[in-house]
Write a protein that binds this ligand. Sequence first.
Ligand code: AMP
Length: 362
Amino acid sequence: MTSSPFPLAPGATIGILGGGQLGRMLALAAARLGFDIVVLTPEPDSPASRVAAHTVVAAYDDPVALAELAQRCAVVTFEFENVPAEVVASLHDLGVLTAPSDIALATAQDRVIEKTFFRDQGIATVDFVAIDTAEDIVAGLARLGAPALLKTRREGYDGKGQAWVSTPKEAAAAFDRLASKPMILEARAPFVRELSIIAARARDGTVAAYPLTENSHRGGVLHLSVAPAKAQARTHEAARAVARTTLERLDYVGVAGIELFELANGDLLVNELAPRVHNSGHWTLDACEVDQFEQHIRAIAGWPLGPTEPFAQARMENLLGADVEDWTALAAEPGARLWLYGKRETVTGRKMGHVTRLSPLP
Ligand code: AMP
């Protein structure tokens, strides 16, 4: 038996599957703690690769690339939740530790498995049915009520791969529009606002959650996060309980984001689990001593988790597409904390950066 490599000593190498802005900010946090980062991404010149020690440019399932990653790294994580779960499992077979596990990833990748998992833990979600045919939608509408939201089971994000269905007549068209992939039909959540909770679980089982964040979207994409969200004490408590139960039952190691719907009476329904650092946690970069990126690196490296209490109220605004052209004004604005992702091309709706403004805690 080999002894545990944890806590990983500074100087060790951590692998990241995915090269986007989340990987970039993870790499910056890892560098701060003395780790080297190797990124595996199919994208040449990715945002993460420009701050990593080394990049392997290859498909996620390229066996040569995975062998190189396993050989170079003490632990491998992911920043992109559509990395095939089998890839994470295969890294494990190659003898490298991965966190979070392939099981946590697989649970979050399929909306039916994900919601079934939450149900099994006694955590409330919207009612739902799995959809394989257009006829299933008609039966689902009768059970769930109209309108209901049809989503692809896999690979949907930022509202992509979704369609509201109100009548049996619309069922076939909606089914065809989503390319007849396996789907889920969800009852409409009668929410008053959207919240999220970012939480971490360490290798020793310790769980630490940041306070609730209130999120608003534009065109299906996160636009604004305000934290700590004002909510009833019991809503804060319920969110912490959801986070703890979820991470413990998945034997999770690392940071996760849990998206929540708040109902008029303060009750919560879980929308989904992001098995990674989350856009709605970017405010922690500027308002907490240990932000979600450092927290994730600490967790997967077997270090103690850091404190999660913010020292300021934060408003984080995403810079989508051409919003980023305001960078000179934002750079000149006292107190605006600017994060740019180094993306070479500005595309409408694309996350190009974010800006966080702090104010005293109420
Ligand atoms: P998702 O891709 O599941 O995160 O959904 C994207 C957005 O669609 C959410 O942030 C909500 O605004 C909305 N949404 C998702 N599911 C539901 C639902 N069951 N009922 C009402 N709105 C929903």
